[in-house]
Design a protein around this ligand. Sequence first.
Ligand code: SF4
Ligand code: SF4
Length: 253
Amino acid sequence: MADNDIKTTEGQGYSRRQFLIGAGGVGIGALAGGFMVKSFFLPDSVFAVPASEGYLVVDTHKCAGCASCMLACSLVHSGETSLSLSRIQVINNVFAAYGEEDSVVQEQCRQCPHPYCAEACPTGAMHADPDNGNVRTVDQAKCIGCERCIEACPFTPSRVQWDPKKRKAQKCDLCKDTPYMTEEGGVGGQQACVAVCPTRAISFVSDIPAQTDTGYQVNLRDDNVAWALLGLPTEDDGSYAPVATAAPAPTGH
Ligand code: SF4
Ligand code: SF4
């Protein structure tokens, strides 16, 4: 399904801020001056989340739809090759021809400037990890499996996945805890999906990319002559260009 199928989060549970407000109301007498009461009065700006320092971009024209990235992702993170456990979804559209605009659907986490997933989490498990470039990450020790982050992600399908074995949420952390061979993962490191892609259609970038309704706007086809010989577009999106001005809207576009 296309990324522009943005969900509304209204009426889907309550956020960490609302959770704290509720808890503060219940225990306001006993906790006067304490954490809960402070949370009650904290302005929205306190919940501002620092920008991620890492993004995975996919050139869907270059992608062959082989699913190597997805299998590598689930293997390094979950120890098994399962497409449904992969934290990056790059899906071949069998009804479109190779290289066409909609031949591959990219469904990776956008590392949103305003991550609704983190805001919705009542325990702080979903957070911007300061030890990994503020990548939006699930702290498995804190996750209670309430699925609010999954529901709150504005994209369809949600960029937070449900792990049915652990009964917890999981999402792309840029391979922070899963070094590839001898190389460190995480921001600035090596990601398994990037390493195994046979067409080099996935890349790690440090600045937030320009985005469209269907994903990041990126052209990783360096050798335009070769791609043109294959009959594929070469100049459609231009090269990868980070967003130089204001951050995108909270919807993740
Ligand atoms: S499933 Fe886990 S990470 Fe997601 S909102 Fe609930 S506690 Fe937070
Ligand atoms: S809201 Fe969705 S796309 Fe945005 S950071 Fe969270 S999981 Fe990623």
